[in-house]
Design a protein around this ligand. Structure first.
Ligand code: NAD
Length: 454
């Protein structure tokens, strides 16, 4: 956009400030996925007009039709927002010019070489730059490495001829959305905000304080970017440690979950993390790669982070080998064995299979020679196309009835969805491996020695 007349920074700042104060600022969220959509809805519910932007036209159509699109949302949440006349979505990038505030929530996955893939962020930046106008506040929320906003996003936006901190405002605020978490939501999770100039930071704080219960300002965009990677990497390392506890303690005939829960009664210095079949989702397995990649880039190394990453990535492969050994112990030959996986999503009660360890386990069981591997998952009657395991697409979830359950040599709880009938699993399965400790959590007794924790 050509700038014929340049308003001074102070007037632009005051103008946006008062639009935030009276909630007339139009907010556009770029990317209406698991993170962008809850954010856009929360912003709307706090009184701002919202125009969501997503390249996926069918998602835009469904949102504008008021469909539920994310299963753990209240059924009428989107419909209510749309009916208000102050919430809509578009795929028309020209409408980005209308926004006063633009938040970017596009994916930041790994490339085929398992390195940071910023292509979605760069594309979003280009779309915004084409329509950038003085006085807009642009906030990146996608998980990126420290320095990205300043060295990747900013130069693209400035191709417009406008300068950050002089003609428009810019910052970073990491998303901390935890899909399916019924205790914490977008509004109640404190929001870290960082900017590289004082006016941008003030506007970020004012805007997010109007939307969420608490904001946490930090001194730069790079610090705010680092916060997210520190949080997720901390989790990744601790999950690897929990899995290591599990292997060692099982060999000592100690129940690792019982030990961790008892350790968690210490009121300081300990935080519980639990073992499982591996880590999944768009965040926890990905953030350590962004951090460690950037560390190498600046001449540093993160051996603990790299080790835990490898441990977690190898977990499904190790688990497959242990399941095969268990079957052999019970007199079942791998080639003739039938195994049922309960759950293919990366976490319970969420319809998201990104980086799911359950899919990696399914794949590994087949690679390591199990005769037949099926799955049951109420969220996916049909296996979707996934990035890492596209060849599994189209398979069907088997029904969870008594006849089906008794047909399998082994049922493995890979994802502890609440809606699964674990009583039926306990009653009718021949052998069960519970990687999530769900039977204990639900206080379900399993007769004989058919429940194994691996
Ligand atoms: N899913 C989580 O639990 C979670 C939690 C915290 C942070 N994050 C981070 O949030 C970011 C977004 O993740 P997500 O889970 O919401 O992704 P998602 O895949 O659910 O949604 C991304 C959306 O962005 C759209 N999109 C992609 N490129 C676009 C573009 N250039 N312009 C407009 N729309 C575009 C896609 O069509 C999709 O609807 C990532 O950086 C992720 O690491 C995710």
């Amino acid at each position: 956009m050509k700038v014929g007349f340049r308003m001074n920074l102070f007037s632009l700042f005051q103008e946006l400030k008062s639009k935030i104060a009276d909630r007339s600022a139009l907010v556009t969220t770029v990317g209406l996925g698991y993170v962008g959509l809850p954010l856009a809805l929360t912003v709307h519910e706090e009184g701002f007009p919202v125009l969501g932007f997503d390249l996926n036209e069918s998602r835009v159509t469904r949102i504008n039709a008021g469909e539920q699109v994310i299963s753990y949302f209240a059924k009428d949440r989107i419909a209510k927002a749309v009916a208000s006349g102050r919430f809509s979505a578009t795929s028309d990038s020209a409408r980005l010019a209308e926004a006063d505030i633009i938040t970017i929530c596009v994916p930041t996955p790994l490339s085929d070489e398992r390195e940071p893939d910023l292509s979605y962020v760069l594309r979003a930046a280009e779309e915004i730059a084409n329509w950038l106008r003085p006085g807009q506040l642009i906030v990146l929320e996608s998980t990126v490495w420290p320095g990205c906003t300043a060295t990747k996003l900013r130069p693209i936006l400035e191709r417009s001829g406008l300068k950050a901190g002089r003609d428009f405002f810019m910052g970073f605020s990491p998303e901390r959305e935890d899909p399916g978490n019924d205790k914490f939501n977008t509004k109640s999770i404190p929001k870290v905000v960082g900017a590289d100039d004082e006016h941008s930071l003030q506007l970020l704080q004012q805007f997010y304080s109007a939307v969420v219960d608490k904001t946490v300002p930090v001194s730069s965009t790079a610090t705010a970017e680092a916060v997210k990677l520190v949080e997720n990497t901390f989790r990744n390392v601790n999950i690897a440690l929990a899995n290591e506890f599990k292997r060692a303690l099982s060999a000592m005939n100690v129940d690792v979950w019982e030990a961790i829960d008892a350790a968690a009664t210490k009121p300081f210095g300990f935080m519980p993390f639990y073992p499982g079949p591996g880590v999944g989702g768009d965040c926890i397995p990905v953030s350590p790669v962004y951090l460690s990649w950037r560390a190498r880039d600046v001449g540093s190394e993160m051996p603990i982070v790299d080790l835990s990453r490898n441990t977690n990535e190898d977990a499904p492969c190790t688990m497959a080998a242990r399941l095969i050994a268990l079957l052999k112990d019970r007199g079942v030959n791998a080639a003739s064995a039938k195994v049922l996986l309960l759950g293919i999503t990366y976490k319970r009660d969420v319809e998201d299979t990104r980086e799911s360890p359950a899919l990696a386990l399914l794949n590994q069981l087949e690679l390591q020679g199990i005769g037949a591997v099926d799955y049951h998952d109420p969220y996916f009657p049909v296996m979707p196309v996934t990035r890492d395991h596209p060849h599994l697409a189209g398979r069907k979830s088997v029904p969870l009835d008594s006849a089906a359950l008794s047909m399998y040599d082994l049922a493995v709880v890979t994802t502890d969805h609440d809606v699964v009938d674990y009583e039926a699993v306990a009653r009718d399965s021949r052998l069960i491996v519970d990687t999530r400790n769900v039977f204990k959590k639900k206080k379900l007794a399993v007769s004989g020695n058919k429940l194994v924790k691996l």
